[in-house]
Design a protein around this ligand. Sequence first.
Ligand code: SAH
Length: 201
Amino acid sequence: MEVIRKKGITDEAVLKAIDTVPRHLFMDSSFLEFAYDDKPFPIGAGQTISQPYTVAFQTELLKVKKGEKILEVGTGSGYQTSVLIELGAKVYTVERQKNLYLKAKQLLPVLGYNPVIITYGDGYKGLPVHAPFDKILVTAGAPFIPEGLKKQLKSGGSLVIPVGSDVQEMIRIIRLDEDQFIEEQHGSFRFVPLLENRASD
Ligand code: SAH
């Protein structure tokens, strides 16, 4: 997508993955004509599919390599999940809204994008049973960095997470070894909030 390249995304593999995954299939039919605009759209349950630039930005920061084991917190529509799978990652994804989880679980295999695990639960806690991960991606705005997620990174692995309440700073944390972490800031974004526990529905 040329717009995204112009906005500063340079990783060719990421640009190709964004071009390949059919975003319109993850969106409500009422927004179809806008599916390839660089904007977020509602996906139900008060949530949004992130704008393609944001998906590309987070994916670029993750530096995904083929075969890497990646935890995604906030499956939502499954669009970001598909971009990661398109890049050859083995994706474990968790969503706290049951209806969004059920929809993505049904849609992804139909499109040929098969996560290793897609689950309904609270991603604040990560997925300790399946840890450690090469990379962790949080696609909702977190009020703070959950310690549990840092602990589920492999040494050398990284966590990309937007942190803040109204506006979020994109943070990348790199785990150097057992107890040493580097923290970098990568600019301001706006996400729906990361909420604790499963939604009660
Ligand atoms: N990656 C998604 C973005 C959806 S918006 C996509 O490409 O469409 C963020 C999602 O995070 C929402 O669906 C929201 O319900 C979910 N979410 C918020 N808090 C969560 C939590 N603690 N655990 C898992 N999912 C969460």
